[in-house]
Design a protein around this ligand. Structure first.
Ligand code: NAI
Ligand code: MG
Length: 489
């Protein structure tokens, strides 16, 4: 019986553990690089370990690609583009993408368990959100591959060539799908690098791609750390870089490709505002706050990490929020009861803990869930800060963890000004009963995605991307397809 300490608000719920089985998955002790539909040993001869952040167990060893390996992968992609993929009819392209989607669905249970083991995210999320959405991205773009002239009428389009794609650790399989599916639909070949802490589902996807019969070299998946990513960015024969990750690395990439003619889409950090008005459905809004910041341990670029509550309901909302926080179940990510899983890495946990200390030293008032932390692994209690100054670091800087800063407001104009006072502009949430207020805010908030009376909802048909330091370009929808095409001259 899993025990939970009674919360300060008096909640004390016990659950019987309900562990997802791991008997149906295969994780090899060692993974090589996926180039030309073959498993190729890295010329670096180097491997790094990937671990389960919930118990620190080593799951596998992963090849660490160097410049030579990256060059091999880019050459494979270029040859596949010139000799095969650019000559494949759009209808055939579509069939391959559809087949990948179907195979991913067939392997959905395996993919979700591996994602949970490697990334630390709750099985409920990987099973119900990450993997189905990843499949849907392939289905959606499979549909567009042979309809480009309808997608962009009177604008004859062609593929860019070879796309280098570098993805982060917060939604490993989903980010691979966001990047690979539109690239293939538009007729490009791909070299993709997953993040160093979460390579396993991308490598499983490589197995699926091989099984789908996709011609060799169309998709190459190579693993490694930041130096491998930099080698992709700097390779002269890459036509486009698609990157999701930190603003810092986004800036390095922009500098590196300046003047090279390489196209880029950058999806970077965020500090998104979740705004609750006094006419909002309060209980739903509290659920939306929890979903916005504690979902996936706050490892969400569009996390609602800044909460703005209208002053006259602030006390009620914060009381209900604390009550809800105390009923959140933190623990083994494989347990179907678990709401809050493990922080992705030791480094990320240290970053989050550093920010919690900063919040305290800045004079904000802290409240943390009362749940017990497991003895091993990287875990962080859901945390809120009240009495937060607009200029404080915890309300300005991206923390990328389950840490929420709360401020109050009185008027619409005031909250627009406060919400827009951020170097980022990825997403926002608005909770109110008034449609006119929603429309007013959506036109004035400088954010790429704005949710009304909900939060963190994704759909392949809907473009996603940011303003300001949150990056540029859009992924998803037709915009995401257009990002892999150029006008035919
Ligand atoms: P990161 O930006 O270093 O890593 C993202 C990806 O970029 C990984 O695949 C990494 O290997 C690669 N990379 C690293 N250096 C590179 C370089 N010089 N050239 C090309 N590729 C490179 O992110 P990190 O260090 O894992 O996380 C740090 C912070 O970044 C987090 O605390 C969070 O604030 C933010 N972040 C934002 C994400 C988002 O979805 N927008 C995702 C992950 C992190
Ligand atoms: Mg891992």
């Amino acid at each position: 019986m899993a025990k939970k300490k009674p919360g300060k608000e008096g909640v004390n719920w016990d659950y019987s553990p309900s562990l997802e089985s791991t008997s149906h998955i295969t994780i090899l002790p060692k993974y090589e690089l996926f180039i030309n539909n073959e498993w190729v040993k890295p010329s670096s001869k180097k491997y790094f370990k990937t671990t389960n952040p919930a118990n620190e167990d080593v799951l596998s060893e992963i090849a660490w690609a160097n410049d030579y390996d990256v060059d091999l992968a880019v050459k494979a992609a270029r040859n596949a583009y010139n000799d095969v993929w650019s000559k494949t009819t759009p209808k055939e392209r579509s069939k391959y993408i559809y087949r990948i989607a179907r195979l991913m669905q067939e392997h959905a249970r395996e993919l979700s368990v591996i994602e949970t083991l490697d990334a630390g995210k709750p099985i409920r999320e990987s099973r119900d959100i990450d993997v189905p959405l990843a499949c849907n991205h392939f289905f959606y773009y499979a549909g567009w591959a042979d309809k480009l002239e309808y997608a962009f009428p009177n604008q004859p389009m062609e593929a860019l060539g070879v796309a280098g794609q570098i993805i982060p650790w917060n939604f490993p399989l989903l980010m691979a799908a966001w990047k690979i599916a539109p690239a293939l639909a538009a007729g490009n070949c791909v070299v993709l690098k997953p993040a160093e802490t979460t390579s396993l589902t991308a490598l499983k996807l490589a197995e699926i791609i091989k099984a789908s019969g996709l011609p060799p070299g169309v998709v190459n998946i190579i693993t490694g750390h930041g130096d491998t990513g930099a080698a992709i960015v700097n390779h002269p024969d890459i036509n486009k870089i698609a990157f999701t990750g930190s603003t810092n690395v986004g800036k390095i990439i922009q500098r590196a490709i300046a003047g090279t003619g390489k196209k880029a889409t950058l999806e970077l950090g965020g500090k998104s505002a979740n705004i609750i008005f006094d006419d909002a459905p309060i209980d739903q809004a509290v659920e939306g706050i929890v979903n916005g910041i504690f979902f996936n341990q706050g490892h969400v670029c569009c996390a609602g990490s800044r909460l703005f509550v209208q002053e006259n309901i602030a006390e009620l909302v914060i009381r209900k929020l604390k009550h809800r926080m105390d009923s959140l179940y933190l623990g083994n990510p494989l347990d179907k009861n678990t709401d809050i899983g493990a922080i992705n890495s030791k480094e990320q946990l240290e970053t989050i803990e550093k920010y919690i200390k900063i919040g305290i030293s800045e004079g904000a008032e802290i409240y943390q869930s009362t749940c017990e932390l497991p003895g091993k692994g990287y875990f962080c209690r859901p945390t809120i800060f009240t009495n937060v100054a607009q200029s404080s670091r915890i309300s300005q800087e991206e923390i990328f963890g389950p840490v929420l800063s709360i401020q109050t407001f009185r008027t619409v104009d005031e909250v627009i000004q406060k919400a827009n006072n951020s170097p980022y502009g990825l997403a926002a949430g608005v909770w109110t009963d008034k449609g006119s207020r929603i429309f007013n805010l959506t036109s004035k908030l400088r954010a790429g995605v704005i949710w009304a009376n909900t939060y963190n909802k994704f759909d392949p048909t809907s473009p996603f991307g940011g303003y300001k330091e949150s990056g540029f370009g859009r992924e998803g929808g037709l915009h995401g397809l257009g990002a892999y095409l150029k006008m035919k001259l």
